[in-house]
Design a protein around this ligand. Structure first.
Ligand code: ADP
Ligand code: MG
Length: 711
């Protein structure tokens, strides 16, 4: 472990304990407790009692001597013992004063359920700032406002600090969601799937305790095996990335972000006082730090069932055991599209199965034990798969054929699953209204076998386990730091550009910066006149390209400002004279460039994202880039591995290898251009946008022939 990592981990665990007063409170005051049924101040009290909270409860209410049979206090100062946590359920205008009181009283955390803050315009924003200042003064951590709260199912606490209506069994999945509505239905879905839950947090306006803080806390919590996260964006993406990067290596984070369409993002922006905006950066964050990203909430909950009991596979090879044909075919399709393989069985395995299976069974992968197959047939198939070196995980299709002892089959599956050698998922096809099969289902459930009622759903869950294996084993490395760059000169150019109030740098400055950073550009000269142009062309050597160069000319070729394949001095003369006629602008110059025919046109670019740094883009370039839209993005700085992933993830990636006798391109050169571009914007964050379009890529090299830099 490096020193810096050690420091990070230390800081990490110190901060984590600070939130114990929130997640593991030994005493809770409910400021605004109410005897009125159907009020939040009543429901929270009721929930705490109903769920069996193990600590002390202090209802605070100036008028009532007791609420729901529990002694109430006029104010927090009258409470005899320590208070770890306070719920605040009073009108927003009184909240700043109450937080001051909480600070004086030594309360460590508060959950502000009340609404009427940053989600409500200027007045609310001022109130939120006022109470937050008071909280900071006394070191009180604030959860919310405008939020549900937290739940900790740990039998030692049984803290149900929330007004929802689902009472989960203890389990190993922890949930964090900005939106209470989504959080609550995810919790309910886990409950319906009988998965169990560890902790829950829904932090509303998230003015202090952030999603990052909660993920950090769950990361340190030994009882949390997997985390489910729902968000509409991040207010501080950098902080989140730093935290989640560490956690995601330790335990799976299943994540979903909504607002992927423009309409969806508007809904997000208007319902919470925080963030959002249509962009892809949240998905890129998930990818960069190795979170499992879902676009379907049901799939996410279903997958979490597998994570809660099964080990992570060591590879992508699946063994299928089935007692019916068709569902195995459906499952195979889904498994393969999730990047998994269905390898052949070894001779050793086949020999054993020849002895143990029914004569009508199919011995291979899938092993079809047939519908008449019983517990011993399933068992032998499972044992064989567990021993196979070529198999990393096991997919079972189990239809409850009425003529078999289905309980016996279930017991055998459970026994093998409990060995936890390789992950098992089961597509369990039955009729749960029949008592007989309810028993079978219960054996599987109690035995921790993740059961699904569709082959595709089960296969997707298996796919998620495999994806997490990839996350854990993926090492993107560190961004390379190219030494042969000229930072000093680049700095001067950018400063000059800024001083002149330029949006876009001139071509000369742009190409100089690229060369400063070791990015190959086609040889070029700037010329002011016909004779200059001829001279420049002769120096470069024919054939050349001539481009009209002026601040106002953005898409030069659209306006006839690009002439390629100019073979001699006469042609240069004609082209330049033409352009002088056509472009009536005082700053017109001529960009003379080496003509590089026959390359593949690629694009690379960057755009600055507030709070996040830069996004790097790569794809198929040229004048059709907007039409094809075959581009991919990553968050800067990118490592060599990430840059090469960019080449392989575009739709037309096969084109880069050459098709139908065409030559492929020199990928190494392009990968290096992407890395150098990333280094440039890391060194100079003031660069707002950059486009290298096209990069001409050949079999042995790649050159930039058109570039723009916006500052
Ligand atoms: P713009 O993007 O402003 O229209 P470009 O400089 O990108 O102008 O040129 C447009 C097209 O001309 C390129 O996509 C490419 O097909 C061709 N082209 C430009 N420069 C060269 C060059 N040096 N060698 C070969 N083709 C070029
Ligand atoms: Mg261009």
């Amino acid at each position: 472990m490096s020193n810096q990592e050690a420091v990070e981990i230390k800081e990490h665990s110190e901060k984590v304990h600070e939130l114990d007063s929130l997640f593991k409170p030994k005493s809770i005051a409910i400021i605004g407790a109410s005897s009125k049924e159907l009020s939040i101040g009543n429901v929270i009290l009721k929930n705490l009692v109903h769920y069996g909270y193990t600590g002390k409860i202090y209802p605070i209410n100036p008028k009532e001597p007791e609420i729901r049979g529990i002694k109430a206090y006029t104010n927090i100062f009258d409470v005899p013992g320590d208070i770890d946590l306070a719920h605040v359920i009073i009108p927003s205008k009184f909240v700043p004063q109450i937080i001051e009181d909480c600070g004086k009283r030594g309360i460590k955390s508060v959950i502000i359920n009340s609404a009427g803050f940053s989600e409500m315009g200027d007045e609310g924003i001022a109130l939120q700032k006022a109470f937050l200042d008071n909280a900071k003064k006394y070191g009180v951590r604030v959860f919310g406002p405008n939020c549900q709260g937290i739940i900790n199912t740990d039998p030692a606490f049984k803290a149900y600090c929330d007004f929802t209506f689902t009472f989960p069994n203890p389990g190993s999945i922890s949930i964090v969601a900005l939106s209470g509505g989504v959080g609550a239905f995810i919790m309910q879905s886990l409950f319906d799937l009988d998965i169990g839950m560890r902790m829950y947090a829904s932090n509303g306006n998230a003015c202090d305790v952030s999603i990052s803080d909660v993920v950090k806390y769950y990361g340190e919590d030994d009882g949390t095996k997997a985390i489910i996260l729902y968000t509409e964006g991040f207010s501080n993406p950098k902080e989140f990335m730093d935290v989640a990067k560490i956690v995601a290596k330790k335990k799976p984070i299943l994540a979903m972000k909504s607002g992927r369409t423009e309409e969806g993002s508007k809904a997000a922006a208007s319902h919470t006082g925080s963030l959002a905006g249509v962009d892809i950066s949240t998905e890129l964050i998930f990818e960069k730090i190795g979170m499992l990203s879902f676009s379907n909430e049901e799939e996410m909950c279903q997958a979490s069932m597998a994570f809660s009991t099964q080990p992570i596979p060591k590879g992508n090879r699946v063994g299928i055991i089935t007692n019916t044909g068709g569902p195995a075919v459906i499952a195979t399709d889904e498994l393969v599209s999730a990047g998994m393989q269905i390898p052949l069985l070894s001779d050793r395995a086949k020999n054993i199965l020849k002895e143990t299976m029914l004569p009508e069974a199919t011995i291979g992968n899938p092993i079809d034990v047939v519908a008449t197959g019983g517990g011993n047939h399933f068992r032998s198939a499972l044992d064989v798969m567990m021993e196979e070196e070529n198999i990393d995980s096991i997919f079972i299709n189990f239809v409850t054929a009425p003529f078999t002892d289905t309980d016996e089959v279930a017991r055998n599956i459970v026994e093998v699953s409990n060995l936890k050698r390789k992950p098992i998922v089961c597509n369990f096809m039955t009729n749960l209204s029949l008592e007989r099969f309810q028993v079978t289902a219960k054996i599987l459930k109690d035995g921790g076998v993740p059961c699904y009622s569709f082959p595709t759903t089960a296969a997707k869950a298996m796919g998620a386990l495999y994806k997490y294996h990839l996350v854990q084993s993926r090492n993107i490395g560190e961004p390379e730091n190219f030494k042969n760059v000229n930072q000093q000169n680049t700095k001067q150019i950018l400063e000059k550009g800024k001083a002149e109030g330029k949006d876009f740098l001139t071509s000369a400055d742009t190409y100089t910066i690229l060369s400063n950073y070791g990015i190959s550009v086609a040889e070029w000269r700037i010329a002011n006149s016909v004779s200059d142009s001829v001279k420049a062309a002769l120096e470069i050597g024919f054939p050349v390209v001539i481009k009209a160069d002026a601040a106002s000319l953005v898409h030069k070729s659209d306006l006839g400002g690009v002439k390629i394949n100019i073979k001699n001095a006469d042609e240069v003369k004609n082209v330049v004279e033409d352009m002088l006629q056509k472009f009536n602008t005082s700053d017109l110059k001529f960009f003379i460039q080496k003509f590089l025919p026959g390359g593949k046109e690629l694009i690379a670019g960057v755009s600055a994202k507030q709070e996040l740094g830069h996004l790097i883009m790569f794809g198929i370039g040229g004048i059709y880039v907007e039409v094809l839209k075959d581009v991919t993005f990553k968050i800067s700085p990118v490592t060599k591995l990430e840059a090469s992933e960019m080449l392989s993830t575009i739709k037309a990636s096969k084109l880069l290898d050459g098709v139908r006798g065409e030559k492929g391109i020199h990928k190494e050169s392009v990968i290096e251009i992407i890395q150098r571009l990333s280094q440039l914007v890391t060194d100079f964050p003031e660069i707002q946008e950059m486009d290298l379009n096209p990069i001409m890529a050949f079999e042995d090299k790649a050159f930039v022939v058109d570039a723009r830099i916006k500052i």
